[in-house]
Design a protein around this ligand. Structure first.
Ligand code: PLP
Length: 374
């Protein structure tokens, strides 16, 4: 289908009547979010590529002034290098094959993270002249996923690793990741104080402290106040490190990209008992609905673009594949006059949608359609 550069998603739906799910991208929204981070965060802003690795995302972030990227694989390094040859690469997947390490070195990675002595030995030569950030883990409540369950060194191990990083002549840093969609600044505050303690016990002065991603997107409740988190991070760093604070780094994925995309799925059928079948679901752009709870900002429009406005009713909603797991958990509140052929628009769908969607059963998402506004 040709992209007519429509002004907004409903205009595109009305004109094209797409019978496949469509995801819409608004570059202005993405660039405005990037500027919000660049203005508000008290340090270097990097983008976690895994949240959405589309070329148009990387290009617009680069145009907005993002000059460093958090990458986890050689393919992500190549994606960044294609659009920003001079960008700084931070390779923060702490488990790497030897071939991946060689790829990181060849790509000029400037920062590596580590959470295990054997992994540190593996990168010690490739990381000469670069920064190595010890990844700390604490049990942190309040995030949708506990990232500490997979990666990170507990404080005693982190202290030993940090000493060894310094002994190897590498630039010592620390990092943590509080978990994704983390709405409570207290998670960052706890980590920053714990990192300062580890560094002090190791007797190592940190060049930088990377406070991870995990910043919340607008999802389910009011729009999050990122600035409150930025302020808490700045204050905690001052109080934990005193006169010689490390430079700060952050690596948002979700909060950077979520708002810049809206997903539209078509209603394939409404059964007599009220169940709704969409042409996108958990194997496509909606996979996060399984783990992340409900979305609020839904709009249902008729094929001619008129909003459906009958009183909302809770509906069981299925995706299009033949797998019975392909069902939105719980129910979605949809207008009571929902009908076959309508389009359901989900706001805030830029993160972990395109990057995760499969082609299972011949469904999934195509290339985004660029719009002037969402
Ligand atoms: C996934 C990830 C991020 C981005 O997380 P968001 O919750 O999307 O902000 C940042 N850093 C690391 C190390 C990650 O694994």
């Amino acid at each position: 289908m040709r992209d007519f550069h429509m002004s907004d998603p409903v205009a595109h739906l009305r004109r094209m009547q797409p019978d496949t799910a469509v995801i819409y991208f608004c570059p202005d929204v993405l660039q405005a979010t990037a500027r919000r981070f660049l203005t508000g965060f008290p340090g270097l802003v990097t983008y976690a590529v895994k949240a959405n690795d589309r070329t148009e995302v990387l290009e617009n972030l680069s145009a907005a002034g993002i000059e460093a990227f958090d990458v986890a694989s050689p393919a992500e390094m190549a994606a960044v290098r294609r659009i920003a040859p001079g960008a700084a690469l931070h390779y923060n997947n702490p488990v790497r094959s030897r071939d991946e390490i060689a790829a990181g070195q060849a790509a000029g990675v400037v920062s590596w993270s580590v959470d295990d002595p054997a992994e540190l030995d593996k990168i010690a030569v490739a990381a000469q002249g670069a920064e190595v950030a010890v990844r700390l883990k604490l049990p942190v409540p309040g995030a949708a996923y506990d990232f500490g369950a997979k990666f990170g060194a507990a404080p005693d191990l982190a202290e030993a690793l940090l000493r060894r990083v310094a002994d190897l002549g590498l630039r010592p840093a620390m990092t943590f990741h509080p978990g994704t969609q983390c709405e409570d600044p207290a998670a960052w505050v706890a980590y920053i104080h714990a990192a300062a303690e580890v560094a002090q016990r190791a007797g190592v002065r940190l060049a930088r402290l990377n406070v991870g991603g995990g910043f919340p997107a607008h999802r389910g409740r009011a729009a999050p106040e990122l600035e409150r988190i930025f302020t808490a991070i700045a204050e905690a760093t001052r109080s934990a490190f005193g006169a010689t604070p490390p430079a700060l780094v952050c690596e948002p994925g979700r909060a950077m990209v979520a708002e810049a995309f809206t997903l539209a799925a078509r209603v394939k059928a409404v059964r007599a008992d009220g169940r709704v079948y969409l042409n996108d679901g958990l194997y496509g752009g909606l996979s996060e609905l399984r783990d992340m709870g409900p979305l609020d900002r839904l709009r249902l429009v008729a094929p001619d673009g008129t909003p459906r406005s009958a009183a909302p009713e809770p509906r069981v909603v299925f995706g299009p594949t033949c797998d019975s797991l392909d069902r939105v958990p719980g129910t979605l509140d949809l207008p009571g006059d929902a009908a076959e052929g309508d389009y359901l628009l989900f706001a805030g769908m830029g993160a972990y949608s395109l990057s995760i969607a499969t082609r299972f059963n011949g469904y999934g998402l195509g290339d985004p359609v660029t719009v002037a506004e969402l």
